[in-house]
Design a protein around this ligand. Structure first.
Ligand code: CMC
Length: 391
């Protein structure tokens, strides 16, 4: 192939150097800034993980307090942006609103356009992390026709998000501790995953010196696809489909014929197991039993699918194991989160990963524009024909 390496799906290409996230796909290891994901899921909070990913170290108590205060300071949306929601159809997918509203932030924060200033870059990152739950919850409220709920700074990041999604002016929302912790762990597990498709999109957009809101909007658009973050929603749709026919084995047969893919299975990097799936599987089983939901048909189907696939030669040979989205879909379902909000929640969680990767790239002394080459396989040079001579 001449002077270029042909690697269309980036199977063997490293696109950057990074100090943020380490993955060993063979051994099933995932570290954020050196800390094992298992320890962070057990002991940390989502906002503390945000600090770690952004700045490289776990915060001291004082650093954490001021970080929390500054994130709270940025949670509200400009009222003009609230009116923007009215332009979306009532049955729009909330991911489409997320792409639009996050992109539109660039029309409000002119200081964030100054990407050459480290200070402004940092404020943009904080704005995105702080506003994402508000943007996400508002898209849900728009769909169901309820009034937007303003952020509350007396609540933690996760509680505030749940409150904005589920409370109504007539009645305060009462939190279930298990649900809050389950969602918090989900956010921690999804916070970053090195150079996946959406993060690579953010970096590529950022390499052109685009503003951070446009870059993250590009990341959100990429995450929406069912081969990426859209898989958690696709898993539940698949389970409904299987339930309709009441035949897991028939479904597996179709997967083996390659007419369909088992959603929530397989991973480009993890070939033994996905360490996030291991943590989340336990939480999922615990949550289902706590909520007495294990015997709901949907979850029974999921467990049967998991059991069959883990023993089946087709899946063993191809090293296909349940990934993080297989269980996160079920947890979100068990928490009564509407199906079309699943990928939105993934986007809320991943925002810190995107902005940390963008900041890391922008902090480099010379950011060169990302510009892959191609292998041209089209027509060779030929002469233009007037229309009457074309056949
Ligand atoms: N169901 C059935 N067969 C599969 C699946 C699946 N989910 N995934 C891969 N295979 C087969 C595939 O047909 C191929 O078989 P063969 O060699 O006989 O042609 C082999 O396994 C290798 O597949 P691949 O497409 O080369 O693998 P990839 O690394 O390019 O794709 C993937 C990774 C995650 C896109 C893919 O496994 C997939 O489509 N999974 C379902 C969607 C999903 O759950 N995505 C979430 C990924 S994790 C979180 C995230 O990134 O957001």
């Amino acid at each position: 192939f001449g002077m270029f390496t042909f690697d269309p799906a980036f199977m063997t290409t490293a696109s950057c150097e990074s100090t943020i996230t380490f993955i060993d796909g063979e051994k099933g290891i995932l570290l954020y800034r050196g800390y094992p994901i298992e320890q962070l899921a057990e002991k940390s909070s989502y906002l503390e993980v945000c600090y770690l990913l952004l700045y490289g170290e776990l915060p001291t108590r004082e650093q954490m307090e001021s970080f929390q205060a500054i994130v709270c300071h940025h949670t509200m949306l400009n009222e003009g942006l609230l009116r923007f929601y009215n332009g979306f159809r009532h049955d729009a997918h909330p991911m489409s609103m997320l792409v639009g509203v996050v992109g539109a932030l660039s029309s409000y924060y002119h200081d964030s356009m100054d990407i050459k200033s480290p200070e402004h870059r940092n404020v943009s990152a904080l704005r995105l992390i702080a506003k994402m739950p508000t943007i996400a919850a508002n898209s849900y409220k728009h769909i169901i026709g309820q009034p937007y709920v303003y952020p509350r700074n007396d609540l933690g990041y996760v509680e505030n998000f749940m409150n904005m999604m589920f409370s109504v002016p007539a009645e305060p929302y009462s939190f279930n501790e298990t649900a809050v912790r389950a969602l918090e762990i989900l956010l921690i597990l999804h916070a970053d995953h090195e150079q996946n498709a959406s993060t690579s999109t953010v970096r590529l957009a950022g390499s052109s010196q685009a503003n951070p809101f446009s870059c993250i909007a590009g990341g959100i658009a990429t995450l929406w696809g069912p081969a990426h973050g859209g898989a958690n929603e696709a898993v539940i749709r698949m389970l409904y489909e299987i339930d309709k026919f009441k035949n897991v084995h028939e479904y597996i047969k179709q997967v083996k014929d390659r007419s369909i893919r088992l959603m929530g299975f397989g991973h480009r990097v993890y070939k033994n197991y996905d360490p996030r799936a291991k943590i989340i599987r336990e939480i999922c089983h615990k949550l289902l039993s706590e909520l007495n939901a294990e015997h709901q048909p949907l979850f029974e189907t999921a467990m049967e699918l998991e059991r069959i696939a883990l023993e089946d030669q087709y899946f063993i040979e191809r090293q296909l194991y349940p990934n993080v989205d297989f269980y996160s879909g079920m947890i979100l379902r068990a928490l009564n989160i509407p199906l079309n909000m699943f990928t939105v929640i993934f986007a809320v969680a991943r925002t810190v990963g995107w902005v940390s990767q963008w900041l890391e790239m922008m902090n480099e002394p010379n950011v060169r524009i990302g510009r892959p080459r191609q292998l041209y396989i089209g027509a060779t040079q030929r002469d233009y024909l007037p229309v009457e001579k074309r056949v």
